[in-house]
Design a protein around this ligand. Sequence first.
Ligand code: AMP
Ligand code: ZN
Length: 123
Amino acid sequence: MDCLFCKILNKEIPADVIYEDDLVIAFNDINPQAPTHALVIPRKHIATTNDIADEDTALVGHMVQVAGKIAKEQGFDESGYRTVFNCNDHGGQTVHHIHLHLLGGKPLGWPPYFDENLKKPLS
Ligand code: AMP
Ligand code: ZN
């Protein structure tokens, strides 16, 4: 399967791995948008959040819990952080293997900009 994140899991492509267990790994994003920008991914290939099966719900909960553990390790669990799943084109998903973005280490704007030119949310 031609999946970038499966290749990272199989160590065909290097990544800066910061956490791993039987179910998930986490590594630093190659194009960080915050002082910490990590991606938590399941070892199981699931293409999008539309494809999360009933049997995967504990796995996805685990991904969120791992993001919180990393936030604690890095010292910004109390100050706060953001976790994001992007889905398909309108969500800005570029890699079709689900991944939970963990962004932290600075105050993050809300809402996120949806249009880079207008610099405001699209209505
Ligand atoms: P998304 O746009 O939600 O699909 O997020 C994909 C993320 O993967 C982006 O933030 C990219 O910067 C990141 N990314 C792409 N290739 C790599 C890579 N080889 N190692 C680490 N992060 C990557
Ligand atoms: Zn994959």
